[in-house]
Write a protein that binds this ligand. Sequence first.
Ligand SMILES: Cc1cc2nc3c(=O)[nH]c(=O)nc-3n(C[C@H](O)[C@H](O)[C@H](O)COP(=O)(O)OP(=O)(O)OC[C@H]3O[C@@H](n4cnc5c(N)ncnc54)[C@H](O)[C@@H]3O)c2cc1C
Length: 235
Amino acid sequence: MKVTLLKYTPNPELLCAAAAMTSYKDMGTSKMLEKLNLEKARKIIRRVMSSGHYSVIEHASFTFSGEGVSRTLTHQLVRHRIASFTQQSQRYVRYSALEHYVKPLSVLENKEAARIYDATLLRISDTYQKLLKYEIPKEDARFILPNAAKTNILITMNGRELRHFFNLRCCIRSQWEIRRMAMEMLRQAKRVAPAIFENAGPSCIKLGYCPEGALKDPTCKIAEIKRKFSELQHC
Ligand SMILES: Cc1cc2nc3c(=O)[nH]c(=O)nc-3n(C[C@H](O)[C@H](O)[C@H](O)COP(=O)(O)OP(=O)(O)OC[C@H]3O[C@@H](n4cnc5c(N)ncnc54)[C@H](O)[C@@H]3O)c2cc1C
């Protein structure tokens, strides 16, 4: 999996702080932007977010590419509706051998499981190629492709939606592949906008308890999780 923050709103923290000040200063946003420096902007962002006014961070947008991820991951990812996506199409791109599939670590580490996993994927690939040979269109041949099929996806989210995404998908309850992607997105987002993504991560970091209730992972230690995510700040 390769996850890259490709583009983002220039000076995202200055813009979001200027947005916050627009609501209570008798001055246009353009003037505000001229007056702000990064240190002041970060203070403003921290203050407004601590009061729950997250709408100001909707002005900053972040675009990531996710490459070589599985369709299992993207099926979960596209459930996030306040986001924009563009995904490689199975109608146009043809699949071939094993390098076009993701293999989970649990399978990789189990010799016999890995053997039957690979054999099944090879068989699927073989049937897929045969269907194409019989002039079945790619858009129909793809019906036999599995969730393991690799894909590429472009994701754009604003700061508020990203924080929400991190709440859900950096949590240990989230599935490993999308969690790995979310962690990498968080790491990269923090580098360019540390105040916007301060304390971002699973919901328990801010709440101090697990909102999953009875479904919570009994091995979870909130203090440890808090420490781990605060260390991300310094990477
Ligand atoms: C651990 C985990 C397990 C999951 N298991 C399942 C499962 O078994 N089955 C399943 O189907 N899904 C499952 N999901 C997906 C989950 O139900 C959500 O669809 C997904 O996480 C997107 O969350 P969201 O709707 O909050 O986010 P987004 O779609 O990104 O929306 C962000 C926020 O905007 C608001 N919003 C967006 N659209 C609307 C709307 N139409 N009306 C009102 N408010 C809106 C809500 O406040 C929402 O929280 C799981 C997710 C996780 C993290």
